[in-house]
Design a protein around this ligand. Sequence first.
Ligand SMILES: CC(=O)N[C@H]1[C@@H](OP(=O)(O)OP(=O)(O)OC[C@H]2O[C@@H](n3ccc(=O)[nH]c3=O)[C@H](O)[C@@H]2O)O[C@H](CO)[C@@H](O)[C@@H]1O[C@H](C)C(=O)N[C@@H](C)C(=O)N[C@H](CCC(=O)O)C(=O)O
Ligand SMILES: Nc1ncnc2c1ncn2[C@@H]1O[C@H](COP(=O)(O)OP(=O)(O)OP(=O)(O)O)[C@@H](O)[C@H]1O
Ligand SMILES: N[C@H](CCC[C@H](N)C(=O)O)C(=O)O
Ligand SMILES: [Mg+2]
Length: 485
Amino acid sequence: MQLQDVLYGVAINNLVGKTNRVISALTFDSREVQRGAVFFAVKGTLSDGHTFINQTIAAGATVIICEQTPAEINPEVTYIVVENTSVALGIMASNYYGNPSSSLKLVGITGTNGKTTIATILFKLFRSLGFHTGLISTVQNQVNDKIIPATHTTPNPLALNQLLKQMVELGCTYCFMEVSSHAMVQHRIEGLTFAGGVFSNITHDHLDFHQTFDNYIKAKKSFFDSLPKGSFALTNSDDKNGMVMLQNTRASKKTYALKQLADYKVSIIENRFSGLNLEIDHTDVFFKLVGSFNAYNLAAVYGTAMLLGQDKLQVLTLLSNLTGAEGRFEEVPNSKQIIGLVDYAHTPDAVQNVLSTIHDIRKGTEQVITVIGCGGDRDKTKRPVMAQVACDWSDKVILTSDNPRTEDPHQILAEMEVGVSPTNRRKTLTIADRKEAIKTACHLARPGDIILIAGKGHEKYQDINGVKYHFDDKEVLMEQLNLIS
Ligand SMILES: CC(=O)N[C@H]1[C@@H](OP(=O)(O)OP(=O)(O)OC[C@H]2O[C@@H](n3ccc(=O)[nH]c3=O)[C@H](O)[C@@H]2O)O[C@H](CO)[C@@H](O)[C@@H]1O[C@H](C)C(=O)N[C@@H](C)C(=O)N[C@H](CCC(=O)O)C(=O)O
Ligand SMILES: Nc1ncnc2c1ncn2[C@@H]1O[C@H](COP(=O)(O)OP(=O)(O)OP(=O)(O)O)[C@@H](O)[C@H]1O
Ligand SMILES: N[C@H](CCC[C@H](N)C(=O)O)C(=O)O
Ligand SMILES: [Mg+2]
């Protein structure tokens, strides 16, 4: 492929060298450079890609995309100076893979909680409606029935466009993808054409990355600001910032809500362990998902399906049979009459939603035992709040580790303990080893009790110092529940 063919749409500040040259690949990582590659020098959180420029030329890179013209110019190399290399990467990745997003109806879902749930149910719904469909999510990526493991919630622009290209090649007409706030700030979705955007909610998370809640809101809003005319922007108008998201969008504005009038209005008739009975657009339907937060997710899914022109009754009939994403409010079967739940709640709001759901549907006499940890190298300010919410809504809490990454697990636990009030201290234990913590919860439980293992959901690992050790909450909970006598 010729360099000039992938430059379409890129605003160039300075050009040194020729653009009519063959390129072999695009890369933003010096360690992956091959002969004839284009190297994008990206300024990251840990290092600055500009420091690797000469190293990549030595390894065979012939084109450098950068933000400053380097002091040392190699006459064999083309240098393209742009305002922001991440933006150029997004646009050029799309061009390189033939702009696959414009051949699909691509719908992006953003918000603090609920993205995976909404995207996964939409994917399952459109598969059952008979469409070839793609999914890009935290749990996994999918092209029809083919599963492609996920490394991020929203992949980098190269992986993303490669996936979208596969979807187009395999005949997909729809793709539902999660758009994380990191992805927006890092321009991972630059150059993509969206048919619509969906907002779930915004609550406390990722303040390590965004610094302030205001910046976090701005990051989410930038997705809706960038939607094209002719697309739709569907928001949760019950969320305090739901309408803020749509303030400057050119897309057609639509709302869903439980507490007020909206384009797609849902009311809860009944919320039980077996599922939700909802009135959705004046029709009474039973769903397999549990909890009022899932009523919001289902409203978002329903609204999206309507905006994509699907038939109401067919959609509701199929939706009522669908389950959510792996590791979200998932019950672990056992013979001890203990309700064992695994959930991916890893923000204060999610923990509160899951525990208040349990509170609303429990009979009243049983204990709720929660096992919970907080991730290392992630927002530290949510640690005491998550511990506090867990204690306020549970009879017993075991604080434990959840991906300490490069941090000391005992330090993370000490920061969580700050949120445990003196009165809550009596019901709290701290056990750093997650398996031991789950084992203890199982020993403490009596028949009828409810155990919630929060934070890891579908994850199959414990990330300690860069090594991902196999760990599966469901597997451990099932094993321990069946071991107790
Ligand atoms: C905080 C964050 O988002 N980090 C991502 C970011 O890394 P970074 O900015 O720190 O990169 P860096 O290490 O400083 O390097 C800067 C540049 O130099 C390059 N480099 C670096 C070293 C080298 O030897 N040679 C080289 O060329 C890198 O490839 C990069 O282009 O860019 C990297 C390349 O794309 C990502 O792998 C990395 O994700 C890390 C692993 C990560 O954990 N990200 C999480 C926080 C994340 O993105 N999460 C969101 C979801 C969150 C949610 O929804 O809850 C997601 O979308 O998954
Ligand atoms: N609409 C919602 N509102 C609040 N909490 C929710 C909602 N949907 C799900 N949750 C809670 O948040 C957890 C994560 O849900 P989900 O995986 O769908 O979110 P996500 O936005 O994809 O998260 P991530 O940012 O990690 O990708 C669930 O396990 C549940 O506890
Ligand atoms: N997408 C989230 C997942 C958090 C899951 C939890 N298990 C943790 O490691 O904190 C993040 O990367 O912040
Ligand atoms: Mg997700």
